[in-house]
Design a protein around this ligand. Structure first.
Ligand code: ZN
Length: 153
């Protein structure tokens, strides 16, 4: 999974999560990547490649210069609220474009992880126990509340 800095033809900048750069190119070609601000499908990736998430401090205090160097093994930094909102929008966009495998999610996630199925982004339903088991196997699972489209039965 990589995070790309994206920008649309209106100059909006946002982030997108993709399995790889090729997956990004694929999804752009199919018009599946939309600007989170204006829904434009004319999206390009910034040339910088997968980026390291910046930790921005709004106050210019001189706190812990070089602390990023020691942050590698620490817990995930809490993103600023607007970053979290953008992140959620990106995740929701990714989830909407992901293949919905429904209740087969745990099984399908394992098959992809163990190269028994083509690598792709999937979404579906898993219990919290199943989610925990997948994470313990090192499978990237992003628990997310995705508003159902018309899938309510
Ligand atoms: Zn835009």
């Amino acid at each position: 999974m990589i995070v790309l800095n994206l920008s649309c033809d209106q100059g909006h900048q946002f982030e997108g999560w993709f399995a790889s750069r090729n997956a990004f190119g694929d999804q752009v070609a199919k018009g599946m990547v939309n600007c989170t601000h204006c829904q434009s499908a004319a999206v390009t990736a910034m040339p910088s490649g997968p980026h390291v998430r910046r930790v921005r401090h709004d106050n210019n205090s001189n706190e812990h210069p070089g602390s990023e160097l020691n942050a590698d093994n620490s817990a995930v930094q809490m993103p600023a609220p607007e970053v979290a909102r953008q992140l959620f929008a990106s995740l929701a966009a990714m989830a909407r474009s992901a293949e919905n495998v429904g209740l087969k999610f745990p099984e399908e996630a394992r098959r992809i992880h163990y190269n028994e199925a083509p690598a792709r982004t999937i979404r579906g339903i898993a219990s919290s126990d199943e989610t925990r088991e997948l994470m313990e196997e090192g499978i990237l699972v992003l628990p997310a509340l995705v508003p159902p489209e018309n899938e309510t039965h």
